[in-house]
Design a protein around this ligand. Structure first.
Ligand SMILES: Nc1ncnc2c1ncn2[C@@H]1O[C@H](COP(=O)(O)OP(=O)(O)OP(=O)(O)O)[C@@H](O)[C@H]1O
Length: 297
C-alpha cells in the first residue's frame, strides 16, 4: 500500500486578477494523519486545496507527495477530493452508483466502460459509507448527509491516498458526522493523509491529530494540542471568535476550575484555567490532562 507524505513548501498563489491568496505557505504531513485546515473565510483554504490537486500552479514554491510533483500524483489518482455541497450541480441526472463510479474514471480507458474490478470497488465503497441501498437513487434526491457520503464513496472508489474534504460536516447531523469521523479514522489506520477544511472548531480536537492554521500563509501547524492555543486562534481569527470567561462564581456545580470558552457559534472550544485545551474526547487524553495537572500543582 502506498504510504504518502505531503510536502507544501513555500507555496505562493496569485490569481489572474493579481490577488495574492497565499504567500510562502509551508507544512508537512506524514501518512496516517487526520489534519484540520482551519482559517477564516477567504484565508486561502480552497486555494490550498486547488494547489494540492494541481488545478492552480503556484507562483512560487512546490507541492509534492512522497517526492512526486503534483502532475505525477494526478496521473496516479492518488489525490481525492470531497467537495462542498455548493460546488455540485444536484440537478445533474446521475445516480449514486454513477457518482461513485466517477472515482474509477482515472483508471479506465477513454471509452469509460467499467470492468468487473471497477464495479467491485464501487460496490465496496458504497457499502463502506452505508449508501449501497441507495445506489439507483438520483443524487439530487438525497439528504445533505447522504450526498456527503456518496462523494466520500467516490474518493474511496478512486483509491485516493491523500483525501481532501471541504467542509464535510456542514448541514450534517450528529449521527452522520460520527459515521464520517469513524470512516476517516479507518482511513487513517490504512495510512491515508486526510486534510479537512472546517469551521467547526469544537470538533477538531475530537478527531484531528494535526492542525494547519492559515490566514493567507501558514500561521502554525503541528499536533492539535500544540496548535490550538488561545494565542494562535486569536492570531488566526482576530475578533471573529467570541470569548466567554467563566469564573467559579458563574459555574454551578463546578469542579473548582475556571474555564474560558472560545466559540465560532457552532461548537465551543473550552480552555482550562492553565490555558490548555480541554478535550471532549477525554478517553484519549486522560494521560495528557493528568500530566498537565501535575505540572500545574
Ligand atoms: N478565482 C479567483 N480569482 C481571484 N481571487 C480569488 C479567486 N478565488 C478566490 N479568490 C480570493 O482568494 C482569497 C482566498 O480564497 P479561498 O477561496 O481560498 O478562501 P477560503 O479560505 O477557502 O474561504 P471560505 O472559508 O470562505 O471557503 C479570497 O480573498 C478570495 O476572494
Amino acid at each position: 500500500m502506498f504510504m504518502p507524505r505531503l510536502d507544501v513548501e513555500g507555496v505562493s498563489m496569485v490569481y489572474a486578477n493579481g490577488h495574492l491568496a497565499l504567500h510562502d505557505a509551508s507544512f508537512h504531513l506524514d501518512s496516517g494523519t487526520i489534519c484540520a485546515l482551519v482559517g477564516v473565510n477567504g484565508s486561502g483554504k480552497s486555494t490550498l486545496f486547488k494547489s494540492i490537486m494541481g488545478f492552480l500552479k503556484p507562483k512560487a514554491g512546490r507541492v509534492s507527495i512522497s517526492g512526486m510533483p503534483v502532475k505525477e500524483v494526478l496521473k496516479r489518482n492518488l489525490v481525492a477530493y470531497v467537495p462542498q455541497a455548493e460546488e455540485v450541480d444536484w440537478q445533474f441526472p446521475v445516480s449514486v452508483w454513477d457518482v461513485a463510479m466517477m472515482g474509477r474514471y482515472g483508471a479506465m480507458n477513454f471509452l469509460r466502460i467499467p470492468r468487473a474490478a471497477d464495479k467491485a470497488k464501487v460496490e465496496e465503497s458504497l457499502k463502506r459509507v452505508s449508501m449501497w441501498d441507495f445506489r439507483d437513487r438520483q443524487i439530487g434526491e438525497l439528504s445533505g448527509g447522504q450526498k456527503k457520503r456518496v462523494f466520500l464513496a467516490r474518493a474511496l472508489a478512486q483509491g485516493g491516498r491523500v483525501i481532501l474534504l471541504d467542509e464535510p460536516f456542514t448541514g450534517v447531523d450528529v449521527k452522520t458526522e460520527e459515521e464520517i469521523i469513524a470512516l476517516l479514522r479507518e482511513l487513517r489506520r490504512e495510512g491515508c493523509i486526510i486534510l479537512v477544511s472546517t469551521h467547526n472548531l469544537g470538533s477538531v480536537p475530537e478527531f484531528c491529530d494535526q492542525v494547519v492554521l492559515i490566514n493567507r500563509t501558514v500561521l502554525a501547524y503541528g499536533p492539535t494540542c500544540d496548535v490550538f492555543t488561545e494565542d494562535n486562534l486569536t492570531k488566526a481569527f482576530g475578533g471573529v471568535l467570541r470569548q466567554f470567561h467563566f469564573e467559579e462564581s458563574t459555574i454551578q456545580d463546578h469542579d473548582g476550575r475556571a474555564v474560558r470558552v472560545l466559540s465560532d457559534d457552532e461548537r465551543p472550544l473550552v480552555f482550562g484555567k492553565d490555558g490548555h485545551l480541554e478535550y471532549k474526547d477525554r478517553g484519549q487524553h486522560e494521560e495528557l490532562l493528568r500530566k498537565r495537572s501535575e505540572e500545574h500543582d
